[in-house]
Each structure stands twice: as structure tokens, then as C-alpha cells.
Design a protein around this ligand. Structure first.
Ligand SMILES: [Mg+2]
Length: 252
């Protein structure tokens, strides 16, 4: 039985297409997200990156561009002000006065502060600006963390898919020093070699994915090009070919 909030995600992913069999499509999408997201935990238990980095490490630290997804990556949002057991929530008012209840992923504040001190940090969400901005304003109240924010209109829209093309990011780095952290495998399609997958977050108080991501990013500062490293760690290109992407997301 899939939680209702996941169906909401599917509607956000493909608002113009009504799935014929939502349960089956949601099950497929849920599995695809899980397969890709759990690659991060596999990485956390392996020594692959250490070996790869050792092979191409350079003496200087590169200031990476870290591009962050929002929903189910940093937070999980519900369209209601109902309180429940999750301990770290923000209540965010939209311009139409609707109140959002936003669960903050464990460690997100410290994660963002550390990122801002070490990297150039960008937000890239496939959500609308009107929805995302009030949430991001609360995560970054002094506007010192994110150098720029990108939204739904900045995504590549093709065959019902919302993909994130990192070439749209205004930055000085080449793609050799850019990573995209996202829970949605479809976001990675334009540049799978820059992908850092993260499991979807909803309300798991014991989630520790951000700590694994931070460890990975700090290691990647010492490589000449993140792409061959990430290819060897995650094999996202191959995984994207192997997973079953729900047909309603791919059919024209
Ligand atoms: Mg997301």
C-alpha cells in the first residue's frame, strides 16, 4: 500500500497526464526512486570512492558547485497545518495564505551551513517558484546559502518529464566540478555522470543521508573531474537504463 503523499508527488511530476492505473504507476515509480536512492547507502558502505579519488586526486581543493533538489531531498511538505509526530517542522504560509507543514530532513540546517562554507550552493527544484520560495526562505533566512534558485520553468520539459539540465546554472565551474543531489532519478537524465542520488525523505527521524552526502562532497573536492568518480560509484547511466520508468512519464 503506497502512502497518499507519494501519489501527490506523482501528480506533481506529471500534472498534465492522468495515469490510467495510479496504483500500478505509483508502485513502479516508488520502486524506481528506491532503487536509485539506495545507491547512496551502498556508497556509504563501500570503499569505491576512496579508491577512485586516490587514482585522480590533485593537491588543491576545488570549490564544487553543489546543486540541491528541494522536495524529499531537504524537506517533505504537506498541504495542511496539521501537526503530527515529526519533531522538526516549519509552518510556511504561501501567498494565498495556505499553510504548509514542512518536515525538515534530519541535519538539514547544519548540512546547508557546511555546504555554504565549502561549496557554491544552488537550489534547483521542479516545483513552482510560488510554492518553493517561502520554504527556501525559511531554510536560508539570511539568503547566504543559495547563490541562485532555479524552478519548474528552468527544467527541461520533454514527453511529460521534468529534467534538470545543469547547463542552465550560472556558474564559473565546468561540469567537471558540478554535482546534482536529487531523489528523483528522472532529474539526472541530461547529465547522469553528475548525479548524486539520495533516498526520498518523508518523516524518518533516523534518516542520516545528508551526512553521507556531505562526506562524499568533501571527498570530491580533491578530484580533477567528479564525473568519472560518480560514474564508478553510482553507475547512474546504467541504472537509469535498467529501471522501469512508469510509462505515463515517458509516453508522448
Ligand atoms: Mg525531489
Amino acid at each position: 500500500m503506497l502512502p497518499d503523499f507519494f501519489r501527490g508527488i506523482l501528480r506533481k511530476l506529471s500534472p498534465s497526464k492522468a495515469p490510467v492505473d495510479l496504483d500500478e504507476q505509483a508502485r513502479q515509480a516508488f520502486e524506481a526512486y528506491n532503487v536509485v536512492g539506495h545507491l547512496l547507502y551502498d556508497y556509504g558502505n563501500s570503499a569505491v570512492l576512496a579508491r577512485v579519488v586516490e587514482a585522480q586526486a590533485q593537491p588543491v581543493c576545488i570549490r564544487l558547485a553543489v546543486v540541491l533538489d528541494l522536495d524529499e531531498c531537504l524537506v517533505h511538505t504537506q498541504y495542511s497545518s496539521v501537526n503530527y509526530d515529526y519533531p522538526d517542522v516549519m509552518h510556511v504560509a504561501l501567498s494565498d495564505e495556505e499553510i504548509l507543514t514542512v518536515n525538515k530532513r534530519p541535519g538539514v540546517d547544519a548540512f546547508l551551513s557546511t555546504l555554504a562554507a565549502n561549496f557554491d550552493v544552488y537550489l534547483f527544484t521542479s516545483a513552482d517558484e510560488g510554492y518553493a520560495n517561502p520554504i527556501v526562505d525559511m531554510l536560508d533566512p539570511c539568503a547566504k546559502i543559495f547563490k541562485k534558485r532555479y524552478y519548474y520553468d528552468d527544467c527541461v520539459h520533454e514527453n511529460g518529464l521534468n529534467m534538470k539540465d545543469l547547463k542552465c546554472i550560472e556558474m564559473t565551474q565546468s561540469l567537471a566540478h558540478v554535482v546534482l543531489i536529487d531523489n528523483n532519478p528522472l532529474s539526472f537524465l541530461p547529465q547522469p555522470s553528475n548525479a548524486v542520488p539520495i533516498p526520498s525523505f518523508f518523516d524518518n527521524m533516523n534518516d542520516h543521508a545528508l551526512a553521507i552526502v556531505l562526506d562524499l562532497l568533501l571527498t570530491l573536492r580533491h578530484v580533477a573531474d567528479v564525473r568519472p568518480c560518480l560514474d564508478q560509484v553510482f553507475h547512474i547511466d546504467q541504472v537509469l537504463q535498467d529501471i522501469q520508468i512508469p510509462t505515463f512519464l515517458t509516453e508522448p
